[in-house]
Design a binder for this molecule. Sequence first.
Ligand code: GRF
Length: 229
Amino acid sequence: MAAVSRRNPATFKNRIKSSYPTLVNLGILISGRGSNMDAILSTVQAGRIRNVKPCVVISNKADAAGLKIASEKYRVPTEVVPAEGLKGWDYDQKIVAALQKHDVLPQAGLVCLAGFMRIISPEFVRAYKMRILNIHPALLPSFPGLHAQKLALDYGVKVTGCTVHFVDEEIDSGPVILQKPVPVLEGDTEETLSARILEQEHQLYPEAVRLFADGRLKVDGRVVAIAPG
Ligand code: GRF
């Protein structure tokens, strides 16, 4: 490889270009408090995720607390897309339109589900193939669906945790990107366990977004390999 130096500006420029991929436009979908959204946006703001541009936060609920955090703390545009009885693709088309309005485009953008309490339609998944991430408060494939922390407690497992995964056409079933174990402690309640898992979620989700944006995730069937940084 040619030596990179300031005396060889063309090579230097090429190096800069190749080590900084184009920014990935990010849309985050929420329904409530938005603490995972907050963790992602704060990591971007701190400069620890270089290749992402937060473009929009979208909620299906007008009173989602995360909307205020997005607009006031991070100055990220927000959109409310109420369901008004719409289901599946009939509703998701509106979400896709809101994403596109803010340049989070199919086959180019990244969509993070962060406590978005709706099931995504297959059409939406296909439009943003392998570009939608979700965080789940259990070690998938254990305890998919709602109330994962309570299910783990009731089952009596000694270790649970959280998972960031690609979204596919089933619920909580796409290829796993990162997982973090959390021990279940004697005397844990749903609240105490959820709080300890949430702390780990706030580390894990930004890290997965960073790996995605840096182009380090290689998906082969169900298996996600992480290229060295
Ligand atoms: C988190 O526990 C996440 O794992 C689950 O929904 C919750 C969202 O919390 N998918 P928040 O809105 O990010 O605070």
